[in-house]
Design a protein around this ligand. Structure first.
Ligand SMILES: Cc1ncc(COP(=O)(O)O)c(C=O)c1O
Length: 420
């Protein structure tokens, strides 16, 4: 797509129709926030910013939790909810299955896998916990994970330890490794003949660190051990396709970087690994090797799932590589202006390839909660305090989104310099 075509797409002339063919023009009154200046011709990111309604009372640098939707996607979700409310259970009984299959196909195409290897879930927690709880654990089996992995997954492994007597081996990740070898060796050395599963975060939520997942998978496979990848933050943020990682299982939240509605996620299970998993919610309707057996979640918000198609369309228009480059640019814009300053510590790797949008900073004299409070109350900067001594991370996590401006990041840089 050339620049003109891209501009056309983000002004939504190319996105004006929803999956159901309805107009998705923005609601009256849902214009860009008053403080947003009109986009200069050719400034594609300002054009994109105008496609969102942003809260003018705060500068949102906490997009790591949830990425708000642009008008078009939000309107699509409303349209789907209205349709559903009109058709009621007639829709659920007659059209739901076909639509669900269409979403699954489109998502699988974007993720680079076969539709038979993917299901739509409600979030990463559901996806990864389905795998962790779905293995036939025996007492003495081992699992490998990192202290910097997400708490819910560590909790699920602890639960398996209590329930089945498994042993959890927890490695701790260096923030600035000499090379990928250092990280790969950590995982490889934690594997024993009893290891049944390795969990790896593609992008660590606390620090923004990107891990060499492909190499970790290769090392684990060389020892006969499958790998579960936590892609909560990597999917639709980094430019990759799931099979590139060489993993066995992969879970992600689509309400993060894909910009789909809250409560949407995906689970990928490599074809040959499906039969080995027990569903979390009992299912006898599908054969053991059909991934849909893992998707027996009961009645759920179908309109959110349908909106994944609309979010995928915007993602494709923007282009995964362009998104990744923009997000990395924004992170490096502010981190490069404060890195090395006395009184400040960056808890995010300096090497460009080892981080993208997410970074974490500490003002050495302030507890993380106090820093987050000051940033919000004095500077309108919405971030999140991370106080995770077990993972060795204390600071605030700063996560811009595609619509973030460098002027907003200048406010952060000035605030940090003053506070340091
Ligand atoms: C690395 C990581 N894994 C898993 C999750 C859980 O995501 P969700 O709450 O959408 O299930 C998060 C949430 O931020 C995360 O950062």
């Amino acid at each position: 797509m050339n620049k003109r075509e891209f501009l056309k797409s983000i002004t939504f002339s190319g996105l004006a129709l929803s999956a159901t063919g309805r107009s998705l023009a923005a609601r009256p009154g849902s214009a860009a926030p008053p403080e947003t200046p009109p986009a200069a011709p050719g400034d594609i990111w300002a054009e994109l910013r105008a496609a969102y309604t942003l809260d003018p009372s705060r500068i949102n640098l906490e997009n790591g939790y949830y990425c708000v939707m642009p008008h078009a996607t939000l309107e699509a979700s409303f349209a789907h909810a209205r349709d559903l409310n009109l058709a009621g259970s007639h829709y659920l009984r007659t059209r739901q299955a076909d639509d669900k299959a269409a979403v699954r196909r489109a998502l699988a195409e974007s993720a680079g896998c076969a539709p038979e290897e993917l299901i739509v879930t409600r979030n990463t927690t559901e996806s990864l916990d389905t795998v962790i709880s779905g293995l036939d654990w025996r007492a003495g089996d081992e699992a490998v994970m990192a202290a910097q992995d997400y708490g819910s997954m560590l909790d699920m492994f602890r639960q398996q330890a209590r329930r089945h007597g498994i042993v959890n081996r927890v490695v701790s990740l260096p923030l600035d490794p000499q090379s990928d070898d250092e990280i790969v060796s950590l995982y490889a050395e934690a594997i024993t003949p009893r290891t049944r599963l390795v969990l790896v975060s593609h992008l660590v939520n606390l620090t923004g660190q990107i891990l060499p997942v492909r190499r970790i998978c290769d090392a684990a496979h060389a020892r006969g051990v499958p790998v579960l990848v936590d892609g909560a933050h990597s999917f639709a943020h980094l430019d990759f396709r799931i099979p590139d990682l060489g993993c066995d299982y992969f879970g992600a939240s689509l309400h993060k970087w894909l910009g789909a509605p809250l409560g949407t996620g995906l689970l990928y299970v490599r074809r040959d690994r499906i039969a080995g998993l027990w569903p979390l919610f009992g299912d006898t309707g599908y054969p053991d090797d059909d991934i849909r057996k893992l998707n027996h979640i009961g009645t759920n918000p179908v309109h959110a799932e349908l909106t994944i198609l609309d979010a995928l369309r915007l993602h494709a228009h923007l282009g995964p590589a362009r998104k990744e480059a923009r997000l990395r640019f924004l992170q490096e814009y502010w981190t490069s202006r404060v890195r090395g300053r006395p009184g400040l510590t960056l808890n995010t790797p300096a090497q460009s390839a080892r981080a993208c949008a997410i970074a974490n900073v500490r003002v050495d004299r302030l507890p993380p909660g106090e820093l987050a409070r000051i940033l919000l109350e004095r500077h309108r900067l919405w971030t999140v305090a991370i106080d995770a001594p077990d993972a060795g991370v204390r600071g605030v996590r700063v996560t811009p989104n595609l619509f973030t401006t460098t002027a907003e990041l200048d406010i952060l840089v000035d605030a940090l310099r003053i506070l340091a």
